[in-house]
Design a protein around this ligand. Sequence first.
Ligand SMILES: Cc1ncc(COP(=O)(O)O)c(C=O)c1O
Length: 364
Amino acid sequence: MENLRIPGPTPCPDEVLRAMSRQMINHRGLEFAQLLDDVTAKLKQLFQTKGDVFLLTASGSGGLEAAIVNTLSPGDKVLSVPIGVFGERFTGIAEQFGAEVIPLRFEWGKAADVDAVRQALQAEPKIKAVLVTHNETSTGVTNDLASISSVVKEFDKLLLVDAISSLGSINLPVDDGHCDVTITGSQKGWMIPPGLAMVSISQEAWQAQASARMPRFYWDFAQAKSYLEKATTQTPWTPAISTIFALSVSLEMMLREGLTNIIARHARVGKAARDGIKSLGLSLFAEESHASNTVTAVAASDGLDINKMRQILREEHQVVLAGGQQTLAGKIFRIGHLGWVTEGDIEAVISALRVVLPQAGFRR
Ligand SMILES: Cc1ncc(COP(=O)(O)O)c(C=O)c1O
């Protein structure tokens, strides 16, 4: 089996794969209703929220769009704080739907500066919402969301959080952290295939939803809520039933391990990745104080041909790593370590890199 070490899709345990091979069931019937109730209750535990949580049949980007169109109106002022490719995507979606976006950009590889967020909110009192990426998968940086959130709430703004590659792996107490809409994706720390975006909605987000005028149909949270409140619980549209079968099994596994233990395991695995990379003489791309526990971005050193390195790793060692995206192509590579991962998986990556780096031009 390949050691698939990209930051999503992540490998799935055998139990999860077996669950997906089940026959279909009626998505408007009692068995599905019980499944949806059970999965939703378990997700709330892992989101650490008492608010609403919905399953959307979509990739993570669908969840980002849902967050925006359910809370904003065209012309609303929005502060977006991109620190990499996915923060730019969140920004772009808000712009496409007509928000007046004020971007507060930070150098890729660095986290958002909380004081700068405060200054931006002070400078423009009409801002309605703040868009933040908790864990920027393209650069391997985790923002200090608790501090950002406390500033956002000082100014009484909505906080929309892309937690696609962090929730369920890195601590994110949605209610205590005052996140109004929080989005994650099934193919990340949840150990199941792509196909679901999971979103939470706070009371404040519901208030915004009632007056938000951006166009929405498939993503309408009010529809999702009304179907979740039917006597036979449902989703408005045909859901990715097999992926929900998978989620049911993976949530069981996650709750058995316990959220605290999962977070600690990701912290250990993240440290093993960073220590291993440094032991090879390579440098981290992310500032170390904010380095992610789910993805490690590694800066290319002189002479290292990243594409050649990834090819040899894949063909001769069955290790699959991710490259850099957009302007980071050829400049970094990334090791994904979220979901179904142990320190042993990372040791195998580091051992393979030790052999392959000199073959791909790296000189210490
Ligand atoms: C932080 C972050 N945001 C957004 C996305 C986009 O998610 P998807 O590719 O599932 O649409 C990703 C996917 O890698 C991500 O890591």
